[in-house]
Design a protein around this ligand. Structure first.
Ligand code: MLT
Length: 387
């Protein structure tokens, strides 16, 4: 038995586990202090009413002989794929049902999709970046190269024609920076991918936070993107499904063999998302569900505004927060990311995520999330201003 040696090339622990460990240690040593967590992008509002009602009904169905379900289709039930198809058509994107694959979330699919690609592909990721893109490729022994996202390009890097990549990761609205590509900028990436015979892995997990009708929710709003992109999306941030688990991946048939390969992969290694969860997800796309989740998204957006206004008052440079739940800020007084993490935890008991954990260009930056409660966000910002 030989181990996968590529694991030796990973950081010792996943970023959010390191943050959690540090916070737990601080909490154990300071039991009287109230810690406000604005670190990991986990939602705090409960599932909306329509989702809960539908889920209860689905639970009851599972207890009745005539409506009980065993294994479902690995790629998802038709009722949910139809709902996703309709959701896309609202953005003028037409998808065939067999281009839509239901999964237990974007993170799993982003990792699992790599089964379809040869080890020798060169992977291009922005820096800073959601660590999953890098770590899953390191695990497979693939070469990862970086494109710089920094304050000069407003954390929205564009392709360098002199660099040849095969797989390209784009996340917009971006995790961790909250920056959003417009259609013209995404078109430049699509043109580059087509010219280089490359594939874009587009992470749209935060699309529901976009409130400007000119900004693209899906890469398929760009001409020709169906010839060069797979899109991943999730109900985690959209509808509070971080613990319920449901997402969807779009593999257009115009990508050739990839659509059938992904079906083959999923039918072999995955048994589908539970019926109860798929019914809950279907409820998200009903008019009532949409209305209720929008109220929750607006609640988080209001928190983002509170954070952004506080940072403005403190003259702290930042991006994001407008079409995204993430606010990406420059650490005050030229502090390094982990130094600022310790300082904030120690002095104000606020937890954020150190930018350096997302890559070298994240050094000196810090991420706050708007997913807390409004009370906690206000309290955290009151503490922040007094620092
Ligand atoms: C984050 O904080 O970056 C998110 O929790 C990422 C994720 O959804 O896995």
């Amino acid at each position: 038995m030989n181990l996968n040696k590529n694991y030796e090339n990973l950081e010792q622990s996943y970023l959010f586990s390191t943050v959690a460990k540090k916070v737990n240690e601080f909490a154990a040593n300071n039991p009287d202090k109230k810690i406000i967590r604005l670190g990991i992008g986990d939602v705090t509002l409960p599932l909306c009413k329509k989702v809960i009602e539908t889920m209860h009904h689905a639970v009851d169905e599972m207890g009745i002989q005539s409506t009980f379900r065993g294994y479902g289709p690995e790629q998802g039930y038709d009722f949910l794929r139809e709902a996703v198809q309709k959701y896309y058509s609202a953005h003028n994107v037409n998808l065939d049902m067999d281009e839509i694959f239901i999964s237990d979330g974007a993170k799993s699919d982003l990792g699992n999709i790599l089964d379809l690609f040869d080890k020798d592909n060169v992977v291009l990721v922005p820096d800073p970046v959601y660590p999953v893109y890098v770590d899953t490729n390191i695990m497979a022994g693939r070469k990862v190269i970086f494109t710089d996202a920094n304050s000069e390009n407003c954390f929205l890097p564009l392709p360098d024609k002199n660099i040849k990549a095969d797989l390209i990761y784009i996340c917009s609205p971006n995790n961790p920076t909250g920056a959003v590509y417009n259609k013209e900028q995404l078109k430049i990436w699509v043109d580059y991918a087509i010219e280089n015979n490359a594939l874009i892995l587009f992470d749209a997990a935060y699309e529901c936070f976009i409130s400007d009708s000119e900004l693209p929710h899906s890469i398929y709003e760009i001409d020709n993107a169906k010839k060069c992109a797979i899109e991943f999306c999730s109900l985690s941030k959209m509808a509070g499904f971080t613990g319920t688990r449901c997402g969807y991946t779009i593999v257009p048939k115009s990508l050739g063999k990839l659509n059938k390969m992904w079906l083959r992969r999923q039918t072999t290694k995955f048994n589908g998302v539970p019926y109860i969860v798929q019914r809950a997800a279907e409820a998200v796309f009903t008019p009532e569900g949409q209305k209720e989740i929008k109220e929750n998204i607006n609640y988080y957006k209001e928190n983002a505004k509170i954070i952004s206004e506080t940072l403005k008052k403190c003259n702290i440079w930042h991006v994001g927060g407008k079409h995204s739940p993430y606010i990406w800020l420059k650490c005050p007084n030229n502090m390094k990311s982990w130094e600022f993490f310790d300082y904030l935890l120690e002095k104000a008991q606020i937890v954020g995520t150190p930018g350096a954990g997302f890559g070298k260009n994240g050094e000196g930056y810090f991420r706050l999330t708007a997913f807390g409660s409004k009370e906690n966000t206000l309290e955290a910002m009151n503490r922040f201003i007094l620092l």
